[in-house]
Design a protein around this ligand. Structure first.
Ligand SMILES: NC(=O)c1ccc[n+]([C@@H]2O[C@H](COP(=O)([O-])OP(=O)(O)OC[C@H]3O[C@@H](n4cnc5c(N)ncnc54)[C@H](OP(=O)(O)O)[C@@H]3O)[C@@H](O)[C@H]2O)c1
Length: 283
């Protein structure tokens, strides 16, 4: 990845932050995007110092309609050529569909579906234009294989990302752009707290660290995988539901999830509330 330029959304914590760390360690320059600029700037200072790479931070709220256009414009100004895109920013609200205000579902659809689709459209055209070997990683979830009750909109958005990535990878065969859909299972990040979940003792036993997820997924990307599920437990969780009738698979997924997490009240995450967010990535 030396002399490459990677654009990572949701780089202010968790899996996105870890992509930034591992791609910088491989020599890639970075463009980091998220809402919490203080987090991005602190990460950028750390990575410039450790790896001597160039890092640009762009504040963006991907739930806003014009956000992707503005992000892409800023990321490609001055003739920048992006050679790696990690569409990682994502969120979900854990609980019954009808209990949330509809605006919450709208934000989830915007950040998890509309924004990565639009950013992929703009960036893949840009990559085909400059013609250099390039990579796109869409961060979905194992819920793209088996939806989970209490996570209806979230699961559906991840299912969309998987279908989108698989078909686009097929369409892009023979071009310099390689696409991979990453489907992690439970990973120690702030995601749970932000989605209104608390991990139980038995849930903790099945979690992976963001470092392991990203390291395995970069190996898978360079090995040419188009869909990648990190960790053998997660692979089993994606395969098993194929053996059951759909209703039984839904019931079992719901039960398993209930054993792994408890529902808690949702914190608010905004640039202003940044200091209230603690880092729990297990580093
Ligand atoms: N952790 C898991 O168990 C797990 C499992 C499967 C898949 N995933 C997926 O992995 C991806 C990363 O999640 P994570 O686990 O690393 O959780 P996380 O630590 O909560 O990170 C989520 C990232 O998304 C960004 N984001 C959220 N809303 C945004 C918005 N409106 N505009 C711009 N950026 C926004 C956040 O940045 P700001 O808040 O600073 O904007 C943050 O950097 C997500 O797509 C998630 O669905 C996670």
């Amino acid at each position: 990845m030396k002399n490459q330029l990677s654009l990572i959304t949701g780089a202010s914590s968790g899996i996105g932050e870890e992509f930034a760390r591992q791609l910088a360690a491989m020599g890639s320059d970075l463009i980091l995007a998220a809402r919490r600029m203080d987090r991005l700037e602190a990460l950028a200072t750390d990575l410039r110092g450790k790896f001597g790479v160039s890092v640009t931070c762009i504040p963006v709220d991907l739930a806003k309609p014009q956000a992707v256009q503005e992000l892409f414009h800023r990321a490609t100004e001055n003739g920048n050529e992006i050679t790696c895109l990690v569409n990682n920013a994502g969120l979900g609200k854990y609980g019954s569909f009808v209990e949330f205000p509809y605006e919450d579902h709208h934000s989830t659809l915007q950040v998890n579906v509309v924004a990565p689709t639009e950013l992929t459209y703009l960036t893949v055209n840009h990559m085909l234009g400059h013609g250099k070997k390039s990579y796109v990683i869409q961060v979905a979830s194992i819920s793209a294989f088996q939806p989970v009750g209490n996570f209806s909109v979230y699961s559906a958005t991840k299912g969309y990302l998987r279908y989108f990535s698989e078909t686009l990878a097929f369409e892009l065969k023979g071009t310099p752009v390689q696409m991979m859909c990453l489907c992690p299972g439970g990973t120690y990040t702030e995601f749970f707290e932000q989605s209104g979940q608390k991990i139980t003792q038995s849930g903790k036993a099945t979690m992976m660290t963001a470092q392991a997820v990203v390291s395995l997924s970069l190996d898978a990307l360079f090995a040419g995988k188009t869909v990648f599920v990190p960790g053998w437990l997660n692979k089993i969780a994606c395969f098993l539901p194929r053996l059951f009738p759909r209703n039984l698979a839904l019931f079992l997924a719901f039960k398993t999830m209930n054993r792994a997490v408890e529902k808690i009240s949702l914190p608010s995450r905004s640039p202003e509330s940044s200091s209230a967010n603690t880092r729990i990535s297990g580093r």
